[in-house]
Design a protein around this ligand. Structure first.
Ligand SMILES: Nc1ncnc2c1ncn2[C@@H]1O[C@H](COP(=O)(O)OP(=O)(O)OP(=O)(O)O)[C@@H](O)[C@H]1O
Length: 249
């Protein structure tokens, strides 16, 4: 591992489903601490790329390095242990459990305690304290004892981000963190994202261009699974191909 290695380096990454090539020799580097935005029209292959990075899908060809380490063949939980986190698909998880309980589970995700007896789980004061701190950090402290299913959509999105952050990631993958939120909720989540320290590198898919561009240092445009262009926010926004492909005019 080298100190100068990018947080994430993707080289020649391809994925084929049956006859359909969804990821086409993607090259992408995300520097340590960078906020990198991934854009592209529907079906461009953005989510597939996230699934490949997280290890939920195996590439047909190419490689993925995390902080200089080749993780291409590693299982998702091993990538998580190396500091890769993505937001949980919370809608499918533990709806009847409290917010506090859900965060405790996320905290245990990377802890050796996970493999201990369950007996001490609810009684562990240190774990509860850390979980409460996580909830406070996203403004949900007062709702700690509320069942997840009784929270608003915006609160769930904040909790998703909190649970990913609870794992102390080095690289965070955010899949449309602002999707489906009201203007006020978008503002709250944007503030939350802005507050994340530069010790965490962020790769984000987002369709809300205004909010996403305000946040991003660099941008990569995907189209039909291929990187069309990548560069600083200014470079990508002023490139006519962005308007043509992404904005459709
Ligand atoms: N498991 C799969 N089997 C077959 N085809 C798939 C599979 N997963 C994705 N695809 C196809 O790959 C293409 C890219 O899908 P993907 O969801 O990655 O795009 P996207 O850029 O995230 O789109 P969106 O913005 O709509 O979320 C689509 O044509 C999709 O139908």
């Amino acid at each position: 591992m080298s100190a100068t290695a990018p947080a994430l380096r993707i080289a020649g990454l391809s994925k084929t489903f049956g006859g359909l090539q969804v990821t086409r020799s993607v090259q992408l580097e995300v520097a340590e601490g960078e906020r990198h935005l991934l854009i592209g029209p529907n079906g461009a292959g953005k989510t597939t790329l996230f699934n490949l990075i997280a290890g939920d899908l195996r590439p047909t060809a190419g490689s993925i390095h995390l902080q200089g380490r080749d993780v291409t063949a590693l299982a998702p939980h091993l990538r998580a242990q190396l500091g890769l986190a993505r937001t949980y698909q919370i809608v499918t998880l533990f709806g009847r459990d409290t917010l506090l309980h859900n965060v405790k589970l996320a905290l245990l995700g990377r802890s050796p305690q996970r493999w201990r007896q369950w007996g001490s789980f609810d009684a562990d004061p240190a774990l509860s304290e850390r979980a409460r701190a996580v909830l406070d950090s996203v403004g949900l402290g007062a709702k700690a004892q509320l069942p997840l299913e009784q929270t608003s959509y915006g609160e769930k999105r904040r909790l998703e981000i909190a649970m990913a952050l609870a794992q102390s990631p080095r690289v965070l993958l955010l899949d449309e963190p602002l999707a489906g939120l009201s203007a006020q909720e978008r503002e709250t989540v944007t503030e939350l994202l802005r507050g994340i320290g530069r010790d965490i590198t962020i790769l984000m898919i987002e369709h809300d261009m205004e909010a996403a561009l305000a946040f991003a240092d660099r941008v990569t445009l995907l189209h039909y699974g291929e990187v069309i262009l990548g560069g600083t926010r200014q470079e990508v926004v002023s490139d006519p191909r962005t308007r043509e492909i992404y904005l459709g005019h």
